[in-house]
Design a protein around this ligand. Structure first.
Ligand code: ZN
Length: 391
């Protein structure tokens, strides 16, 4: 029975993806810019291919018996948790890496978004795979120990551990090849810190991220937390926008800070992880679930590997909730920017950035609700115009 439920959920998720991609392709026929239309349609179709491969991997790992085989290969011992969970994550990371390289070299390259060589793509993919596997092995080992040590409340401790890990990841993610606005930036870089001071955030540094040669993507974002908190803008953004437009974008990023979006986002992530651990703790009491999904059920590492395997499927059905929250954050940041900077300049900046990133001005509304963490340009402009009128 659990096996049939899994097959049904996988089939439902693929059918939904196919239907959403068809709706998106039909909607995009009205987009005038052929480059945007082709890129957005190709990405929607490419996503279906990747999801189909992922579904095949999920079936192979569970009903195909690969996790059960891993449980036999990695006999109980000091490294069993790391080995079983790490191997499963290696399989998913390799698939994600191949998909990323495929997208970079075909869809992104054709649209002019990136001009990367295969060697550079392979190098960054291998680093990402190695980091994911190392992290998964560490987490697998730690969680196996927690389950063995605290059999009833392990999931509470695991949530604390995951919260610490997510916070650390946010801070570590802030490291990279960048320089502060006080150092040498592009010749015409505006006084970025002064713009943030006008948003009552005088002490947050702005760092300029150097984009790979030939890259067109341009963006700005809040990175890090606590003392590591800073605004990161790409050099491509500075080259693309006027001074007033950059200031409006910084006011939008300041809005994310002032509305505590980082903390609220982290809380949502920890809530999701806690829910996942609680469901796993309940499932671990059921030998029928283990038997139905192809694992022995006797070893915590096998259960953890099963959870990792099913996470992408669960994520597909939970994604609309996260996407809704993230789109609310964007609206709140836009509202803040409209009060502290030129709303017209923000609209011009958003239009330029969307064109540079090959993001269509509007997408199928249902497609947006399921997938998009950013609202459509059209909806953002409608709210910004309303906020200007309200002032
Ligand atoms: Zn934003």
């Amino acid at each position: 029975m659990p096996g049939l439920v899994l097959i049904g959920l996988l089939a439902a998720s693929l059918a939904l993806r196919l239907w959403l991609a068809w709706r998106q392709a039909r909607y995009l026929r009205h987009v005038e810019d052929a480059r945007l239309r082709r890129y957005a349609t190709a990405r929607a179709v490419f996503g279906i291919g990747v999801a189909a491969c992922q579904a095949g991997l999920i079936l192979a790992l569970t009903l195909g018996g690969i996790i059960a085989w891993l449980e036999r290969v990695w006999r109980p011992g000091p490294m069993a948790g790391a080995g079983i969970v790490g191997t499963v994550v290696l399989a998913f990371s390799l698939l994600a890496g191949v998909a990323h390289i495929g997208q970079s070299l075909t869809i992104d390259a054709r649209s002019g978004l990136e001009r990367r060589r295969l060697g550079a793509c392979l190098c960054s993919a291998l680093v990402a795979v190695a980091a994911s596997v190392a992290l998964a092995a560490l987490a697998g080992q730690a969680l196996s120990w927690l389950i063995a040590t605290y059999p009833t409340v392990w999931w509470l401790w695991a949530t604390v551990l995951a919260g610490l890990g997510l916070s650390a990841k946010a801070n570590l993610g802030s490291r990279g090849p960048s320089h502060t606005s006080a150092q040498a930036g592009p010749a015409d870089a505006p006084d970025l810190s002064a713009a943030l001071a006008r948003c009552e955030l005088p002490n947050i540094p702005v760092r300029v991220r150097k984009s790979p040669t030939g890259a067109r993507r341009a963006n700005a974002r809040i990175v890090g937390a606590g003392r590591a908190l800073h605004v990161e803008v790409s050099d491509t953004l500075l080259a693309l926008l006027t001074r007033t437009e950059v200031e409006a974008v910084l006011a939008h990023e300041a809005g994310h800070c002032r509305r505590h979006h980082f903390a609220r986002d982290l809380a949502a992530q920890i809530g999701l992880v806690a829910g996942g651990f609680a469901v796993l703790a309940l499932a671990m009491r059921s030998p029928a679930i283990a038997q139905g999904l192809g694992i022995s059920g006797a070893r915590s590492a096998g259960w953890l590997a099963l959870a990792v395997t099913l996470a992408p499927l669960a994520w597909f059905f939970l994604r609309p909730l996260r996407a809704y929250q993230r789109r609310r954050f964007e609206y709140e940041a836009d509202d803040f920017a409209a009060r502290h900077a030129d709303a017209g300049a923000l609209m011009r900046a958003v239009a330029k950035l969307n064109a540079a990133n090959a993001t269509p001005p509007a997408s199928d509304p249902l497609y947006v609700r399921v997938y998009n963490f950013h609202p459509d340009e059209r909806d953002r402009f409608r709210r910004l115009r309303a906020s200007i009128g309200a002032d």
